[in-house]
Design a protein around this ligand. Sequence first.
Ligand code: PMP
Length: 385
Amino acid sequence: MTVLPLRPDLQGCEPYGAPELDVPVRLNVNENPYPPSPAVAADIAAAVGRAAAGLNRYPDRDFPALRSALADYLDAEAGVRLDWRQIWAANGSNEVMLQVLQAFGGPGRSCLSFTPTYSMYPEYARDTFTRYVTVARREDFTLDTDAVAAAIERERPAVVILASPNNPTGTALPLDDVAAILEAARGHGPDDAAAGPDPADCVVVVDEAYGEFRRPGVPSALELLARTDAAGAHRYPHLAVTRTMSKAFGMAGLRLGYLAGSRELVDMLRIVRLPYHLSAVSQAAALAALAHREELMSQVASLREERDALVTWLRAQGWTAYESDANFVLFGPFADREAVWQGLLDRGVLIRVVGPDGYLRVCVGTPQEMERFRDALVHVTTGAD
Ligand code: PMP
């Protein structure tokens, strides 16, 4: 028998991922339910075809054209103008955040986050030998910034990850809270880092994978990146905001996530990226998709409305449903959430068992999909048809 030397800390671990089941209504991984139109798909295919003619060559390693197009997109979406050198991208925001941990985490260092939150964060930490430390959110899933500041002071983490809107709760962070955490992070990074007289800051990542679904009036942390001090220098060079084309943009299959931060921080990520990590096919497809941003994002407003209607409906049924700034809703509690999940699946509706005990998360689909979900939930929980 072969014995392979899997790292001791990985023994017994399962690969991360939700069940991939072929059912009619898939509401389990927070995708956009609307595929690109045939015209947009054809345009992306044509761009990929042009890239195919040059596939004997490695792709553009620093991909300025795509970074500029992403900067233009952020300007249009959040009203924040950034230089292309402040943008970085990789195969999904998962890879971007892993790169952040590769650059700033490591043995003897820690990463701080706030539970319940996205379950990949501990995996980035594990994979980079970074200690993962958590602090609980308040009962309503908001953050107590004094408790966050105290944890930063105590732990001196290299990286703090704040998901906003948070997965699986849908909670967005007020800008003042993010600014307060950025202030607390100043000079409170790992104390092994002293390269000069000043103590290190800790890097604060605001994961805005669901940012485009935020309600009107809820600002993006990108606005903090635009703030400068009296001398014109970045006020928060230790801030990184991650985004993705997987959710509102409707391009989960493309695997394109990105980050906005100071040029200094982005240049540090370039040290750990693998050479040519973003394929010519990905770059071409992403550029073509970005050129159609208005069409690809055209359903975001209706998805938001569908989400708010879902919260209202769930509450009317007597469940607790949390306000959400994302494209999913956390609801419950159920005495046996696994049984409810299975009952829905038996009726062709796949959702996710995640979050606090007794709760389930459902992603917002098309009106027809939501009708099937509502009918199935009524049936499963009351036995009525
Ligand atoms: N952050 C959060 C909070 C997420 O929920 C997800 C995907 N489920 C990601 C990041 C990663 O998305 P991607 O790698 O597709 O960009």
